[in-house]
Design a protein around this ligand. Structure first.
Ligand code: HEC
Ligand code: HEC
Length: 377
């Protein structure tokens, strides 16, 4: 009996070591660990013709390198002489610190350090130490974990061109992403959740400044003045843009009219019908061909092939609630090229109608007969 109990406790402890048991008491990064300068190519321009397929499993970096053969433009940080690379690494370390002792103006160092420990334990596996999306698991899952180094996110609630708000990131990390490998972390205590979001913003800013710095050094013009000055100015600029994104959150003035409380059947049908017309007029069908049932691909800003969502499936990465879809229409998915639809094009009432159409689309019996006949002949 006693041996069995001990064995079970042992097994439970081993499991805790493996999965963390919700605690992040694990050691954070070693104080000697440093961020190394990026070596993977910077995608300056994706090829003019859209991708014909997804790349093979595990071949993310080969697929990026291949963009250059298809008319894309890449910069190669790995080709910089070692002395230049060392100097840039020192510049970035001076500004941003190390993984164990990260620095970001305006954020208490202990909060960032807590976030760094949580990130190492829960996120680095996929998103990578520098936030490059190339953790050990990264290239094996599709879609790939977000590469934070562009400081752009896909599922945002503001019209800041893909810059995230804290609330967006907190919600995303809590809930995870439906239909792919991004887990939800609702079990993290609130202080750890907030800290890991601060750390993610830190990695985004650090990665963005690194990318801007390398882009300038590798381009013909080079940098005027010192790399420290350049990096400090870039950091201030991206910090300001992120603050502005917080002020550009889309909040509808007209309240939500959901599928269920649309009033009479005739009023509901009329709304869905108007939404259906907006879908065509607003250009959604140019990418979501046959409502997304037709498979084709586009490049996102990272140079990775993405597929316009199959909107008849009713599975959404950033939630299928009315406000989620309202914001998807008004904010777009900037890094995937899905444009934001301005309120001048579709006002709040028209946007709610489009939401209503999107919500009815996967359920044929929710569509008025004439619309249903066009979509599900
Ligand atoms: C098992 C792999 C995995 C782990 C672990 C993981 N992620 Fe992700 N994450 C993903 C994938 C895959 C995506 C991209 C999904 C997509 O593009 O639809 C993603 C996307 C994201 C996004 C981007 C959302 C956007 O709008 O662009 C955020 C933010 C994020 N993860 C944060 C985290 C944080 C913080 C942690 C740790 C607490 C974490 N992830 C752990 C796989 C993972
Ligand atoms: C330029 C191409 C393009 C246009 C135009 C476009 N989309 Fe998209 N859409 C995409 C792509 C690509 C994705 C998938 C993004 C990814 O995987 O990175 C997507 C995804 C979506 C999603 C899924 C969001 C989620 O949470 O998973 C919805 C909903 C959507 N689009 C609605 C619309 C609507 C409504 C319109 C018209 C107002 C529209 N799209 C116009 C390209 C487009």
């Amino acid at each position: 009996m006693g041996g069995g109990l001990a064995g079970r406790i042992g097994a439970a402890l081993a499991l805790c070591v493996l999965v963390g048991c919700g605690s992040t008491e694990q050691a954070g990064y070693d104080p000697n660990t440093r961020f190394l300068l990026r070596t993977d190519p910077i995608v300056v321009k994706v090829p003019p013709a859209p991708p014909t397929d997804l790349h093979a499993n595990g071949k993310l970096d080969d697929a990026i390198a291949d963009l250059a053969n298809r008319g894309g433009v890449l910069l190669e940080p790995s080709k910089l002489p070692k002395t230049d690379r060392d100097a840039l690494e020192r510049t970035l370390e001076g500004l941003f610190g190390t993984p164990a002792a990260p620095k970001r103006p305006g954020v208490p160092p202990d909060k960032l350090a807590l976030g760094s420990g949580v990130y190492k334990a829960k996120c680095a596996q996929c998103h990578g130490m520098t936030g490059d999306g190339r953790g050990p698991t990264g290239s094996w899952v599709y879609p790939h974990p977000r590469d934070f180094r562009l400081a752009k996110f896909k599922y945002v609630s503001s019209t800041g061109g893909g810059l995230p708000t804290r609330d967006d990131l907190v919600a995303m990390v809590k809930v995870g992403i439906a239909g792919n490998s991004m887990p939800g972390f609702a079990m993290l205590p609130p202080d750890q959740l907030e800290a890991v979001v601060e750390y993610m913003l830190f990695l985004s800013l650090r990665g963005r400044v690194e990318t801007d710095l390398l882009t300038a050094v590798l381009s013909e013009d080079g940098i005027d003045g010192s790399t420290e000055e350049f990096a400090t100015v870039a950091l201030a600029r991206w910090t300001r843009l992120m603050e502005e994104a917080e002020a550009k959150v889309v909040r509808p003035d007209v309240p939500e009219v959901s599928v269920r409380d649309a009033g009479t059947d005739a009023a509901y049908d009329a709304g869905v019908r108007r939404g259906f017309e907006s879908f065509t007029k607003a250009g959604c069908a140019s990418c979501h061909k046959d409502y997304g049932r037709e498979t084709h691909y586009l490049y996102d800003d990272w140079g990775v092939a993405v597929r316009p969502a199959n909107l008849s499936a009713g599975v959404y990465r950033a939630g299928g609630g009315p406000l989620d879809l309202f914001r998807r229409i008004r904010c777009g998915i900037p890094p995937s090229g899905m444009p934001a639809v301005d309120a001048k094009v579709l006002d709040d009432a028209a946007t709610w109608d489009l939401v209503r159409f999107l919500q009815a689309l996967p359920v044929p019996r929710h569509l008025p007969e004439d619309v249903r006949a066009k979509i599900y002949p």
